[in-house]
Design a protein around this ligand. Structure first.
Ligand code: TMP
Length: 216
């Protein structure tokens, strides 16, 4: 029962962002689990994916066999998956007063496709605005880890690499630079957490940040 009576803001849209190997998925799922146990009404979801159609698009995007995929096709597929996930999962939950915590959202496209693929942030922003009709997150927790550390973690922990993980170190460096620009541009909604530290410390910081937002 403890926590069920907690006063909380309704329907906050919060995203986790960070380069590959930042620990984003471990951190976001642990924090959501902890908050749910305490009685907070929060829903975890992830991108690309989060709904049947979007998960099918995810499989196409990340399949290592799809080496011929064009960068703009990739960007459009991410935006298409985002649209479906937003309409099918995120907006209904927000409208029902449930806080949604999404592992990645539009900032990933700005960093990976805008900078990583060199398409440009403006172009990526505009196709995404078509997809999300202006629905940006209320807050974004950015797990800051440099590309080198991130890649070392991926190589140490994962048995299979998806098409994006397997990209060159130069690509991952550009993604990191892209994130730095995105974080600067949207600094009002960003909370930056140093994710080069042990994961338990990162989880604790993210937990305190989210609790603060929910209790506010
Ligand atoms: P994940 O590893 O967080 O599940 O994400 C899968 C990959 O997709 C990861 O390498 C980041 C990449 N990605 C993009 O390139 N653009 C996007 O818009 C999103 C959501 C993810």
């Amino acid at each position: 029962m403890r926590g069920i009576m907690k006063r909380m803001k309704k329907g906050l849209f919060i995203t986790f962002e960070g380069p590959d190997g930042s620990g984003k998925t471990t951190v976001s799922t642990s924090v959501v689990e902890r908050l749910q146990k305490e009685g907070y009404q929060v829903k975890y979801t992830r991108e690309p994916g989060g709904s049947n159609i979007a998960e099918e698009i995810r499989n196409i995007i990340l399949d290592p066999k799809n080496t011929e995929m064009d960068a703009r096709c990739e960007a459009l597929l991410y935006a298409a998956a985002r649209r479906q996930h937003l309409v099918e999962k995120v907006l209904p939950a927000l409208n029902a007063g449930i806080t949604v915590i999404s592992d990645r959202f539009v900032d990933s496209s700005l960093a990976y496709q805008g900078y990583g693929r060199n398409i440009g942030m403006e172009e990526i922003y505009s196709i995404n605005m078509f997809a999300i009709e202006g629905k940006l997150p209320d807050k974004t927790i950015y797990l800051d880890v440099d590309a080198q550390t991130g890649l070392e973690r991926i190589n140490a922990n994962r048995t299979t690499l998806d098409r994006l993980d397997a990209e060159s170190e130069a690509f991952h460096n550009r993604v990191y630079e892209g994130y730095e620009k995105v974080v600067e541009k949207y600094k009002d909604r960003m909370v930056i957490i140093d994710a080069s530290r042990p994961v338990e410390e990162v989880i604790n910081d993210a937990y305190l940040t989210l609790k603060g937002l929910l209790d506010d």
